[in-house]
Write a protein that binds this ligand. Structure first.
Ligand code: C2E
Ligand code: MG
Ligand code: MG
Length: 748
C-alpha cells in the first residue's frame, strides 16, 4: 500500500516538475494553453495520468532510461495486446520479477468481469483511427489478489493509422484513502493551474449547480445555478441545454458556440463540455470551459459584412442585392402557388455624367457625391425596400408588393430628390440620374429582372437622361429601335435625311434678331421628324456625331453666309453651332473649322461654338489646348446649358469663353421659384464680373422676358420669340422681324 501511495506521490511530484517548467516560460503559447486546457479537462488524479501521457509522447518510447524510471507504472503492448515493455514501477505494482511480464497477453491479467469492457475499447482502437485515448477503471489480477486500478490507455499509430502500440499507465485506486490524499494535493496544484488560466472554467453537478469556478469564471455574475450562467441568449438556450444533456448521457465532450449576455453586452463564446467520469464509470460532473469568441466572431461578422456590402455607402453590394432579389422572387413564387399576387419592382439607377465628376473633381468628390446619393435614395424608399450599389454610379432598388404605377412614382420621387443641389467640398452640384423600372406580377428570374431594369435605364438615358423609363417602354415598338436608330444614323446624312432648323437669338428688350442657333433635325423615313434629343445621344455614343457635326457646321456656315450675302443678316450676326464633346476629342477640329470658314466665307467673329460644361471640365489640359486653338482662329465660345453641369469659376476664366447660356430649366423656374431666380441673377452678375455675355435659353413667357429684362440680361432665345424653324422660314423671320414679339416700353 505504501508503495502505491508513493507511486501516486511520485506522480504528483512529477506534475510539480511540469508546473515549475511551465512557470519558467514567460509567454504561454496557444498550444501550451490548449495543452493546459486538456489537462484541465481531467479531474486531479486524471491530470497525473495526462502528465504520464505527455511523457510517453516525448520520452518513453524513445528513451529506455526515462521509461524505466518513470514514476508511474507503465506497460507497452503490441497491437494485439501482448506486453513488450514494462517499467520498474509496473514490476513493483504487479510484484513480478523483471522479464516476467514480457510476452504475456495483457488480457491474462484482467478480471474476467472487466474483460469484455476492455476488449471493447481495444476493438474500437483497432477500427476507429481517431479513437486514441481511454481512461477506465478495472481490476488487475495480481499475485496478491485483484486490485482496482485506473488505466489510461493510449494508442500510438503507424503512418497508415494502423495501431502500432498501446501504452497503458496504471494508477492504483484500490486504496481510496491513499488516492484521495494524493488527489487533495494534486487538486490543490491543479487549482493553482486553473486559477491562472485566462479562460473561465466551472464544474457543475447533475443539477447544474456550480461546484467550482476559477477566478476567470467568477468574474461573471449569477454563478449560483449553471443554467443562469453564462446567461445564454434565448435563441441559443434550448440548443445549449440539449448539448449539455447529450454530454451527460453519452459521456463525450462537445464544443458549442453560442451567444450570451454579460450585462448589456452580447458576447459570443465557445463552451466545451468535458464529462468527468467517476469510479462508477458514470458521468458525475461536467467541466465547462468557455472561451470568449466575441472578437473572432465580430471579425468574422465584419468580413461577412464586407463581402456583402459596399464599403463606401454601406449599402448591400451586387452579390447581396442579387441574393435579396432571389429571395423576393422565391416569396413571389410561393405566393403565386397560393394564388396571391406579389408584384416585385426593380429600379435601376445610373447617375448622369458621373464619370465627369470623378475625372475632373477627383475621386474624393465622386465618393462624396455617391454617399450623398445613397442617403437621398434611402430617404425616398418605403420601409422594407432594399437599395443596393452595384458599383460605380449604379444603384438598384428592390420593392415588393408594389404596383407598376407606384414603382414609377417612386422612381420619379427619387429623381426629384436628386435634383436638389448637392454640397460637395463646399460647392453646390446639380446631379441627375436616369432610372429604369421593371415591375413584374408574375414570377420572373432575378437575373432577367436585373437585365430588364438595366435596359429600361438605358432607355431613359437614350431619351435624354434625367428621366424614368419602364421596361414596357423598352419593349414598345416605337422604341425597340434604339439599335435601329444606331444603324440608321450612320447613313442618315448620305440619304439626305438631316436638316438644320434655326432658332433666333434676340435682344431681350427689343426682340431684334441678332443671331441664330443651328439645331439638327432628322427626317426619319418611318418615324418622321425627330428632335435632336431623340438621336444626338445615339450619335454621340456611336461616334457619328463627329462627321455629322462637321456637316452641321458646314451647312450652317453656308446658310448664314447666304443670308449675309442676301442682306438678311448684318455683319455682326452671330451663328451659334453646338459642339459635342466627342468632336473636341479630335485633334483635327481647328483645321476643320478654319477650312469651313474659309470655304463658306464666314468671318470667325460671326461664329460661336456652344460647348457643354462637361467638355469644359473634362481632361482639362487637353481641353484648354484645343479651346485655345479654337479661340486663336478668332471664333468665340459659349457655355451651353450653364448651371446644369459642373464648371468652376476658374475654368470660366481660364478658357476663352465669351457667352454663358443660362439653362432653360432656370428660366422656366425663375418666375415660380426664388432659388431659380437667384441663380439667374447670379449668373448675370457673374457674367458681368467675368466680362461675359449672358444669354437666356428657353424663354417661353412674357413674364420671363420682362423679368430677364429687369435683371439686365441682354439676350435670349426661346419659343416666345420663335421655335426652331427650317431655313426658309427663318429667312422670313429675318425679313419681317419676330411677329409675336411684344414691343417693349422700356429702353434696353
Ligand atoms: P441646346 O443647344 O441647349 O438647344 C436648345 C434646345 O432647347 C433645342 O432643343 C431647342 O429646340 C430647345 N428650345 C428652344 N427654345 C425653347 C423654349 O422656349 N422652351 C423649351 N422647352 N425648349 C426650347 P433641340 O433642338 O431638341 O436640341 C436639344 C439639344 O441637342 C441641344 O440643346 C443641343 O445640346 C443638342 N443639339 C442640337 N443640335 C445639335 C447639333 O447640331 N450638334 C450637337 N452636337 N448637338 C446638337
Ligand atoms: Mg445649344
Ligand atoms: Mg442649351
Amino acid at each position: 500500500m505504501t508503495d502505491h501511495v508513493s507511486a501516486v506521490n511520485s506522480a504528483v511530484e512529477a506534475m510539480d516538475g511540469l508546473l515549475d517548467r511551465l512557470e519558467k516560460l514567460d509567454a504561454i503559447t496557444p498550444d501550451l494553453r490548449s495543452a493546459l486546457q486538456r489537462l484541465a479537462n481531467r479531474s486531479a488524479d486524471v491530470a497525473g495520468i495526462t502528465l504520464g501521457e505527455q511523457r510517453w509522447d516525448g520520452v518513453v518510447l524513445t528513451d529506455d532510461e526515462a521509461f524505466d524510471s518513470a514514476p508511474v507504472p507503465l506497460i507497452v503492448t503490441d497491437p494485439l495486446g501482448f506486453v513488450i515493455r514494462a517499467n520498474v514501477k509496473m514490476l513493483e505494482l504487479t510484484e513480478t520479477a523483471p522479464g516476467t511480464l514480457l510476452g504475456m497477453h495483457s488480457g491474462d491479467y484482467i478480471h474476467s468481469d472487466d474483460y469484455d469492457f476492455l476488449a471493447d475499447i481495444w476493438v474500437r482502437m483497432q477500427v476507429e483511427t481517431d479513437f486514441n485515448t481511454a481512461i477506465t477503471e478495472f481490476r488487475l489480477l495480481l499475485p496478491r489478489g485483484a486490485r482496482w486500478v485506473r488505466g489510461a490507455i493510449r494508442a500510438s499509430r503507424n503512418d497508415d493509422l494502423s495501431l502500432a502500440n498501446l501504452v497503458v499507465h496504471f494508477t492504483d485506486v484500490d486504496d481510496k484513502h491513499a488516492v484521495e490524499q494524493a488527489l487533495d494535493r494534486s487538486s490543490r496544484k491543479f487549482g493553482d493551474l486553473l486559477d491562472s488560466l485566462p479562460d473561465p472554467i466551472v464544474r457543475v453537478n447533475r443539477a447544474f449547480e456550480v461546484q467550482f469556478a476559477n477566478p476567470a469564471a467568477r468574474q461573471y455574475r449569477n454563478l449560483g445555478r449553471y443554467h443562469e450562467w453564462p446567461r445564454v441568449t434565448e435563441e441559443n438556450r434550448a440548443e445549449y441545454l440539449e448539448v449539455a444533456e447529450r454530454c451527460w448521457a453519452t459521456g463525450e465532450s462537445t464544443t458549442f458556440e453560442h451567444s450570451m449576455l454579460a450585462g448589456d453586452d452580447v458576447l459570443w463564446c465557445e463552451s466545451t463540455f468535458v464529462p468527468e467520469v467517476g469510479p462508477s464509470s458514470k458521468v458525475e460532473t461536467l467541466l465547462v470551459i468557455w472561451r470568449d469568441q466575441t472578437t473572432r466572431r465580430r471579425h468574422e461578422e465584419l468580413l461577412a459584412y464586407r463581402a456583402t456590402h459596399d464599403a463606401l455607402t454601406g449599402l448591400p453590394n451586387r452579390a447581396r442585392f442579387s441574393d435579396l432579389l432571389e429571395v423576393a422572387v422565391e416569396r413571389q413564387v410561393t405566393s403565386a402557388e397560393l394564388g396571391q399576387k406579389r408584384p416585385i419592382a426593380v429600379l435601376f439607377l445610373d447617375l448622369d455624367r458621373f464619370k465627369f465628376v470623378n475625372d475632373s473633381l477627383g475621386h474624393l468628390a465622386g465618393d462624396d457625391l455617391l454617399k450623398n446619393v445613397a442617403e437621398r435614395l434611402t430617404g425616398a424608399i418605403r420601409p422594407g425596400d432594399v437599395i443596393g450599389r452595384l458599383g460605380g454610379d449604379e444603384f438598384t432598388i428592390l420593392a415588393e408588393d408594389i404596383s407598376r404605377e407606384d414603382a414609377v412614382m417612386m422612381a420619379e420621387r427619387i429623381l426629384e430628390r436628386l435634383k436638389e443641389p448637392f454640397m460637395i467640398n463646399g460647392r453646390e452640384f446639380i446631379s441627375s440620374a436616369s432610372i429604369g423600372v421593371v415591375s413584374s406580377e408574375t414570377p420572373a428570374g432575378s437575373t432577367d429582372l436585373m437585365r430588364w431594369a438595366d435596359s429600361a435605364m438605358y432607355r431613359a438615358k437614350g431619351l435624354g437622361r434625367s428621366r424614368v423609363a419602364t421596361y414596357e417602354e423598352v419593349l414598345a415598338p416605337e422604341v425597340m429601335d434604339q439599335l435601329e436608330l444606331d444603324q440608321m444614323i450612320r447613313s442618315a446624312a448620305e440619304r439626305g435625311e438631316l436638316e438644320l432648323y434655326y432658332q433666333p437669338e434676340v435682344l431681350i428688350a427689343t426682340s431684334e434678331i441678332v443671331g441664330v442657333e443651328a439645331l439638327l433635325r432628322w427626317h426619319h423615313p418611318t418615324k418622321g421628324l425627330l428632335g435632336a434629343e431623340r438621336f444626338i445621344p445615339v450619335a454621340e455614343d456611336n461616334g457619328m456625331i463627329v462627321p455629322i457635326g462637321a456637316w452641321v457646321l458646314r451647312q450652317a456656315c453656308e446658310q448664314v453666309s447666304q443670308w449675309i450675302a442676301d442682306g438678311l443678316a448684318g455683319s455682326e450676326f452671330m451663328l451659334r453651332v453646338n459642339l459635342s464633346p466627342r468632336q473636341m476629342d479630335r485633334d483635327g477640329l481647328p483645321k476643320v473649322i478654319t477650312e469651313t470658314l474659309e470655304e463658306t466665307g464666314i468671318r470667325p467673329t460671326n461664329l460661336c461654338l456652344e460647348i457643354t460644361e462637361t467638355s469644359l471640365m473634362s481632361d482639362t489640359e487637353h481641353t484648354q489646348v484645343s479651346l485655345e486653338d479654337l479661340a486663336s482662329v478668332g471664333i468665340t465660345l459659349a457655355v451651353d446649358d450653364f448651371g446644369t453641369g459642373y464648371s468652376s469659376l476658374s475654368s470660366l476664366k481660364r478658357f476663352p469663353i465669351d457667352v454663358l447660356k443660362i439653362d432653360k430649366s432656370f428660366i422656366s423656374g425663375m418666375t415660380k421659384k426664388s432659388r431659380d431666380e437667384a441663380i439667374v441673377r447670379t449668373v448675370i452678375t457673374l457674367s458681368d464680373t467675368l466680362n461675359l455675355t449672358p444669354t437666356a435659353e428657353g424663354v417661353e413667357t412674357e413674364d420671363q422676358r420682362a423679368l430677364l429684362e429687369e435683371m439686365g440680361c441682354p439676350r435670349g432665345q426661346g419659343f416666345l420669340f420663335s421655335r426652331p424653324v427650317p431655313a426658309d422660314e427663318f429667312a422670313e423671320l429675318l425679313r419681317d422681324g419676330i411677329p409675336s414679339a411684344q414691343p417693349t416700353q422700356r429702353d434696353s
